[in-house]
Design a protein around this ligand. Sequence first.
Ligand code: NAP
Length: 253
Amino acid sequence: MTKTDHILLLAGTFEARQLAKQLSARFRGSRLTASFAGVVKDLPDLDVPTRTGGFGGVAGLSSFLCAERVTLVIDATHPFAAQMSRNAADACAALQLPLIRLERPVWTSLPGDTWRHFDTMQAASRALPQGARAFLAVGRKEIRHFTPRDDVYGLARMIEAPPQPLPAGWDLVLQRPSQSAFEEADLLRNHGITHVVTKNSGGGRAYAKIEAARRLKLPVFVIDRPQLPEAETAADIEGILEKARFLTDQTGS
Ligand code: NAP
């Protein structure tokens, strides 16, 4: 790559943090900017130039890409950050810019698991039986789809508190997921959980709750991933780095 290259890394995941380190180490001649939505206040210090906040839709992102002379976009946002991923695909297609998207493999059930799949949070919320005690690992924005269910108990876990209060009697745990299935099983057991509700985020860092549900033989309500536009994808950090090298070589930079 040359001094004129500029990689825009759309961040928000653990992999994005690792990518920021790896890209700055391996693409030393290039400029790198990491972008965060700014939803979570305690942003990690990536040690690379960072910008925060929305771009202003496809038009705003396109303007940014042109003004900053971005030559490659790496979309390492969360699999459920669909709007950002769609905007990146549209803007890159219109500007004929290379785009690589991180697509973690989805979680799949094992024999003996009781999983139900849902397209939307609303559908999963409606399907909880009356009196259920649900572990809600759905995110601070999405919890609002469950709060109208005052006939169920909710244990909501998220990194930062939701904008609205939870129903009386519900519990809120403000922390990142544990990576220990033992700890996750303890949490579920201590709150008498009967159902686990989760996005199909994929990856290892939030998987322990799935394993815990398996051990406790609890049903899991899985919100399936939103559909995203066609793009060059890679399943992990190494795959992204390899494609980045290939694509930047292809563009003649
Ligand atoms: P979203 O619906 O795709 O994004 C909404 C808007 O936020 C985008 O249109 C964009 O605004 C801005 N945005 C998102 N990611 C950005 C980034 N990396 N840099 C700059 N702007 C960004 O996603 P979301 O509302 O953030 O989250 C949706 C789901 O993904 C939730 O389930 C959430 O828990 C999960 N999630 C998201 C992130 C994340 O970093 N976004 C991280 C972990 C989990 P403009 O249109 O104005 O550009």
